[in-house]
Design a binder for this molecule. Sequence first.
Ligand SMILES: Cc1cc2nc3c(=O)[nH]c(=O)nc-3n(C[C@H](O)[C@H](O)[C@H](O)COP(=O)(O)OP(=O)(O)OC[C@H]3O[C@@H](n4cnc5c(N)ncnc54)[C@H](O)[C@@H]3O)c2cc1C
Length: 389
Amino acid sequence: MPDKKLHKNDKSASAFFEIAVVGGGLAGLSLSILLAKAGYKVVLFEKEKYPFHKVCGEYISMESWKFIESLGFDLSKAGLPLIKKLVVSSPNGRFIHSQLGLGGFGISRYFLDNELKTIAIKNQVTLFEETKVNEITFENEIFTIKYNGGETTASLVAGSFGKRSNLDVKWKRDFINKKPGKLNNYVGVKYHIRCQFPDDTIALHNFKNGYCGVSRVEDNKYCLCYLTSAKNLKEHHNSIKEMEKAILYRNPFLKKIFSESHFLFRQPVTISQISFDKKSQVENHVLMIGDAAGMITPLCGNGMSMAFHSAKIAFENMDAFLKKDFSREVMEKQYAAEWQKAFKNRLKNGRLIQKLFGKVGLTNIFISIIKYFPFAIKKMIRATHGKDF
Ligand SMILES: Cc1cc2nc3c(=O)[nH]c(=O)nc-3n(C[C@H](O)[C@H](O)[C@H](O)COP(=O)(O)OP(=O)(O)OC[C@H]3O[C@@H](n4cnc5c(N)ncnc54)[C@H](O)[C@@H]3O)c2cc1C
């Protein structure tokens, strides 16, 4: 294949890359960096322009610390809050405290994704920002990637396009066609705020059909992010403010936070149609990573670690294919098997816990009982988390 250099600003040019990565969130950025560091020719497509805000609770489980540092981001110099304690409140205002075991740290996606983008560019990843991929086809062992303004080719493609994208709809992936139920049709809302709250603690406040996390990120800012059902919003004329006042404020902790904090965004960042249904890990020969391969419920607080970890597993298998140690078929099977081994149980436990939270009566009873069984809380946390990778 011709090896023409694709200039970043020349969107009409064509080129051949060893790997094309579609979606520049944590999974796509980290995979691109790993591949570029190993000497491969990588192109990364991201439909937005960095830096940008994303709906995310911005609490990262400590299992990712070493991995992020290995990519080239010196986290220890970034002045980030280390989070070691958890407070969970029920809709009626009862609460429990717990130590977090492994714990985590707080960092905004605005900052983290942008740092990783800088590292990707330093490592010679060809980045196409503000470029949406519309089509990926596979023929005669070659992928063709069509994007706004041009097309390119690659031997391998990683699908890191997040929770739900135009390509999921185009490919009619199974989770897209599922009827609205208990594991899909959620809405996410995020603000950055300034408030009085310990910087070593993450709070998880429950309300009818949802829960809201509060924890510190860099620059003495706090992330306030909640997940709720689309039904909750619809019942309040699709008005976020109206829903917050009518539903979230019933939890006294949330009422206090919303009434007393300084909100830094004029409008919250929002997303809809979030699904926790099962997904496939390989689709049309594309290795799916991060949320595109399967999304854990946010109350487990480790979707970002799963995004990083899945990128590492994909890297190892892609590397073996490019070195001709694996055929394409072996690479695809091996990736899917390793993904299942690493995440299947966590996702299952996350789905079970998701079903428990949200129902007002059940959550109230659960919180008032479980406070007498601290070991059970720790067990639940362990069941949804992994180890360093
Ligand atoms: C409400 C909520 C709270 C959460 N809180 C936490 C938390 O506290 N801790 C935690 O660890 N996890 C949390 N998560 C989960 C976490 O945000 C995700 O697991 C993580 O962002 C997944 O990363 P990703 O790279 O797979 O996807 P993303 O970060 O979503 O990146 C996907 C990227 O692909 C781009 N894209 C999509 N389609 C295209 C296209 N066609 N062409 C080009 N680009 C495209 C998008 O613009 C996006 O930048 C939360 C999730 C939600 C919904």
